[in-house]
Ligand binder design. Structure first.
Ligand SMILES: Nc1ncnc2c1ncn2[C@@H]1O[C@H](COP(=O)(O)OP(=O)(O)O)[C@@H](O)[C@H]1O
Ligand SMILES: [Mg+2]
Length: 317
């Protein structure tokens, strides 16, 4: 119940005016870390680019927003994220470098240079090629599989939580990570959360499979499976309801993509309403590796995600 109230409170904060000061450039945000730039403001947290005196390099700092500083739950969650980021080690998961808990909670991470997948999807005139989708998906599935093996679910896989650099896509943002179990209703990001997160029931590794599917779907189609596809969808979203509880994902072929059938089928399998019928993260990784080995010579071989890499467009009618 308290957790459900917290989800609603986070949402109310998000809707509020963001007229709250950020830490000034040059100020020390934690011992040895000076602010270079304010990068993002989320529901409860601020993200800064900082410079480390100890390492003489840029890092990223995540802190509680000043207007949420008194909320013990937000501080605890961020400290937990810092602990996880420093404990878990995988080349495709952002690495935590330090966590300060006094006087404020500050989590220092490596900087992953490059755009988020959200920015890549927005900037691209055409869509990710099949090979790029396979490389992207297998990297995210590998990071998710590692998290699952370590006893955690990510629960917020989505394009803005994937940063890509030089063909390497890394998963960030462990702010919702937790072991399998019950979650409050609406725990996650509206357009990417699994039906079981939307209804607030027991979540398992399959919730991350769903989000990997929704993310790959959006990268393939240019629109997410549970974005508004028509006026009826828009009405559902307008009343803060969940499309993933009202209709299935439209088949990817509707968007006229020339995707290998195995790839489209795998993405769609991730979005199966029954969590028990979704593939595991390992199976997604395996399936994408198999699609890659069968891609014909017409498909680009380069594992690039950065803008400028070869892409394929919509199929001709
Ligand atoms: N380590 C990082 N390297 C590069 N950019 C990052 C990093 N961490 C966060 N960002 C940027 O900040 C944004 C918000 O960070 P995130 O950890 O997702 O916070 P929130 O919990 O508010 O969503 C990301 O979408 C990304 O643009
Ligand atoms: Mg995020």
């Amino acid at each position: 119940m308290a957790e459900q109230a917290a989800v609603l409170e986070d949402r109310a904060e998000h809707d509020r005016d963001d007229d709250v000061a950020v830490v000034a450039v040059g100020a020390e945000i934690a011992p040895g870390y000076r602010v270079a730039e304010h990068l993002r403001r989320g529901d409860a947290l601020d993200v800064y680019a900082v410079f480390s005196d100890e390492r003489l390099c840029s890092c990223v700092a995540k802190v509680v927003r000043p207007d949420r500083a008194a909320v013990e739950r937000v501080r605890r969650r961020l400290a937990q994220e810092g602990f996880l980021l420093q404990t878990l080690t995988h080349p495709l998961l952002v690495r935590g470098l330090a966590t300060f808990t006094q006087p404020e909670v500050v989590v220092i991470m490596e900087t992953i240079p490059g755009p988020t997948l959200e920015e890549i999807i927005e900037d691209r005139a055409s869509r990710l090629a099949a090979a790029e989708l396979c490389h992207l998906g297998s990297q995210v599935a590998a990071a998710a599989h590692y998290l699952h093996q370590s006893g955690y679910l990510h629960l917020d896989v989505r394009p803005s939580n994937i940063v890509s650099h030089g063909g390497i896509a890394k998963l960030i943002d462990l702010s919702l990570a937790r072991p399998a179990g019950p979650v409050p209703r609406g725990f996650g990001s509206h357009l990417y959360m699994s039906p079981e997160q939307a209804t607030g029931s027991h979540v398992t590794e399959a919730a991350d499979t769903w989000a990997i599917g929704a993310t790959l779907y959006e990268a393939a189609a240019g629109i997410g499976p549970f974005d508004a596809h028509d006026a009826a969808d828009a009405a559902v979203l307008d009343r803060d309801d969940y499309l993933q509880l009202r209709r299935p994902a439209p088949p990817l072929r509707r968007f006229g993509r020339r995707l290998p059938s195995g790839l489209a089928a795998l993405i769609e399998a991730c979005l199966h309403p029954d969590p028990q019928l979704r593939p595991s993260a390992r199976a997604v990784w395996q399936g994408l590796q198999e699609v890659l080995t069968h891609l014909g010579p017409a498909e680009p071989a380069a594992p690039g995600l950065a803008p400028g890499q070869p892409v394929d467009g919509p199929a001709s009618p």
